[in-house]
Design a protein around this ligand. Sequence first.
Ligand code: PLP
Length: 368
Amino acid sequence: MTTRRYARRVLGVEASGIRKLFDAGGPDAINLGIGQPDFDTPDHIKEAAIRSIREGKTGYTANAGIIELRDAICEKLQRENTLPYTPEHIIVTAGGSEALHLVMQTLVDTGDRVLFADPGFVAYPTLATLAGGRPEGLALDATLHIDVEAAKEQMDGARLFILNTPANPTGMVESEASIRALVEYANDRGVTVVSDEVYEHFTYEKEHCSAARYGEDVITINAASKTYAMTGWRVGFLAGPTEYVDQCMKVHQYCQACATAASQYAALAAYTGDQTPVAAMRDEYRARRDILYDGLTGIGLEFPRPEGAFYMFVPMGRTLIQQAIEKGVVIVPGEAFGRNAAGYARFSYATSRENLVRAVERLERLME
Ligand SMILES: Cc1ncc(COP(=O)(O)O)c(C=O)c1O
């Protein structure tokens, strides 16, 4: 029999536990495990993609993405984030995921330290490891925000600091003062900041603030995925200094060639078209946040009120988490997001209000 052999760097990586939750829990399960909008992509976006296919725009595009889309992204960055970019600063990617991969492959050398919040987005440690780097978690404070002073102590000598606000899995939004302090400190010490802003539109009290406003050595990562309910279209981008973009292009060119043509036309319609669906989704997420937060605190769970994204990170103990999953409330145990989150569970409220109410009722019965 053939002996199958694999690269060591891949064997060192565990498959994401979260994807398994797509099917977890049986027919009556309430799935609060998945981090994707339950809304449909707005019609004008779908129509733009269909039109592009009918018009035969189905070949490879420019590696960096169609110029109309890169122009639209620059306008979006100016309008919404007060960031002054031109198309040479942009690469259109297959979602935020590819943008993160490009940055890691391009900037991280063997043994380089890559910092990010722990608990944090599951892809960061894995992508850092695949690039040969050493992932390193930054502990959060009691309110689940980055502890700025503690983070500074780990900053010296690191290669990258990945900032994610609004954050997955905590649902917290960093203040402008924290972002500014972290970016200035990192850049002063030669640490490049990667700002993952895929949840930027889903903030409920504090304003979102882009890290690149406070430093020259910042790469911004974003995607149409969450903002426009377009996760399956696989389209996102990175924006940053042209020197980085030129190097990242080498990886993008050979692993992806270009983002899917029809998805780029869809994203063009998304960034240039009617923005009211985004506001409507934000309002609905806020209402759901309130229902779930009031429900969970009402049955005795105590934790800080999340401020953004569509996640709630709840300290409830391993036993209750396990019982909840067995009784069909599918949530993700904190261990999936790092070393510092045992006993917490991530609830995604990208699901109907009815499901949230039913989930709280089931939990309440378990706690009686
Ligand atoms: C913090 C964060 N960054 C990036 C991504 C990747 O997004 P995309 O679907 O655009 O690849 C996700 C997806 O869950 C995320 O939560």
